[in-house]
Ligand binder design. Structure first.
Ligand SMILES: *[C@@H]1O[C@H](CO)[C@@H](O)[C@H](O)[C@H]1NC(C)=O
Length: 99
């Protein structure tokens, strides 16, 4: 009788531990969407390009500039003095590169 109880206990231990393992792999904890550098650029460029005619292009260049400068001026245009690096970036034609 004692042996049966012991083996039952063992089985339930094994079962519960494998169940715990299963549920851990089935439902991995989501990494928090922290306000990291990437999130910052996404948010700021989304604001910056919110009214842009060529939104895709705006987001692309804004993203590049944001990654390099670590800042994006506020508002949908202007305000570039908030971010001199952003203001001073030029494309190959010598035009302002950042929206
Ligand atoms: C400059 O930024 C401010 C917010 O800081 C905003 O209210 C304003 O509209 C922006 N200027 C332009 C020209 O978008």
């Amino acid at each position: 009788m004692k042996l049966v109880l012991t083996s039952l206990l063992l089985v339930s231990l094994v079962l519960s531990s494998s169940f715990l393992q299963y549920s851990a792999t089935a439902d991995p904890p989501q990494p928090p969407v922290a306000p990291g550098p990437a999130g910052y650029c996404d948010v700021k460029c989304g604001e910056r390009c919110g009214k842009a005619g060529y939104m895709k292009r705006c987001l692309k260049y804004c993203g590049i500039c944001c990654q390099e400068c670590k800042c994006v001026p506020s508002g949908t245009y202007g305000n570039k003095s908030e971010c001199p690096c952003y203001k001073d970036k030029l494309n190959s034609k010598g035009e302002p590169k950042c929206p």
